[in-house]
Design a protein around this ligand. Structure first.
Ligand SMILES: C[S@@+](CC[C@H](N)C(=O)[O-])C[C@H]1O[C@@H](n2cnc3c(N)ncnc32)[C@H](O)[C@@H]1O
Length: 279
């Protein structure tokens, strides 16, 4: 027991393990996640529906989205953005590794007679010869990736972008990092049975990595029949640290915003959004 508790409470190296698929694609968690996505009143796996409406309107006018626009949405989930962007006339590609979310997205596209290209893939492996006017990755999903994975993704964006195209994404800020505290707790059926239909005990260890500005929420899920660990990494950024990552991938930071609705940048906020382009 002592040894097991030691393991549960141990701090891995930043981004040592990547378990995003456990969070998004298993039979049980993908179902919970889809329910959260589709609950338009909360900001959990997607922003609330009012936020998304505002984001679409801002994106449409800011990037002049019309019938000639090509868009790729990385981590599109159940298509809350892709559907609306396609309704604006754009040719949209949505990439996600959640079969359940894509099934939902495809059903909606079929119902609305929208021709959206949905691709089930790990976006880190996704390749295409197509070029896009706009590439998005929304809801701070960029922050869940290691520095190496982020570099792979940004280089991919560079190759997939048209010469005057734009990338839009949101991230957690250094100020958000300051708000987080280290903690350790455990609970029966933590997060309303999010991790399993069977009873389980879940230890949640939150670790702060001050130098790297990384948070780890480590979930050790103990069921009768199995024990597993899910690592939810969050990288926090300053303008400067994000600019540097973009430059390392041949991209430059063009505009800073408070969020993907185009609200003004606020240095005190826990999140911000950026528009980047090639060069
Ligand atoms: C926080 S949700 C945001 C969904 C959508 N962008 C939104 O705001 O409604 C992150 C999405 O990214 C997907 N995802 C996470 N990591 C991925 C990966 N490596 N490859 C493909 N999809 C991934 C998840 O399945 C999930 O649908």
């Amino acid at each position: 027991m002592y040894k097991e508790l030691q393991g549960i409470n141990s701090r891995p190296a930043p981004f040592q393990f990547y378990t995003a698929d456990e969070l998004w694609t298993t039979e049980h968690t993908s179902k919970q996640m889809l329910e959260y996505h589709l609950n338009g009143d909360i900001d959990f796996s997607s922003k609330n529906s009012g936020f998304i409406e505002d984001a679409i309107e801002w994106m449409t006018s800011h990037f002049n989205i019309n019938e000639k626009t090509t868009i790729a949405d990385f981590g599109c989930g159940p298509g809350l953005y892709t559907t609306k962007l396609a309704e604006k006339g754009a040719a949209v590609t949505g990439i996600d590794f959640s079969e359940r979310s894509l099934q939902y997205a495809k059903q909606i596209a079929e119902k609305k007679k929208l021709d959206i290209n949905y691709i089930q893939a790990n976006y880190l492996d996704f390749e295409t010869d197509q070029k896009f006017d706009l590439i998005t990755i929304i809801m701070c999903d960029f922050c869940a990736l290691s520095p190496h994975q982020r570099n792979i993704l940004l280089k991919k964006f560079n190759v997939m972008l048209k010469p005057h195209g734009s990338i839009l994404f949101d991230v957690f800020s250094f100020n958000g990092f300051e708000q987080r505290e280290e903690s350790a707790r455990y609970e029966l059926n933590q997060l309303n049975s999010f991790w399993s239909a069977e009873d389980y005990y879940c230890f949640v260890n939150t670790f702060k990595y001050d130098t790297e500005k990384v948070i780890l929420d480590k979930y050790s899920i103990i069921e009768k029949s199995q024990t597993r660990t899910v690592y939810n990494w969050l990288q926090y950024f300053s303008k400067g640290s994000l600019r540097k990552e973009l430059e390392n991938a041949g991209l430059s930071l063009k505009q800073l915003y408070g969020d993907v609705r185009g609200n003004p940048y606020n240095p005190d906020s826990e999140e911000f959004a950026i528009v980047a382009s090639i060069g």
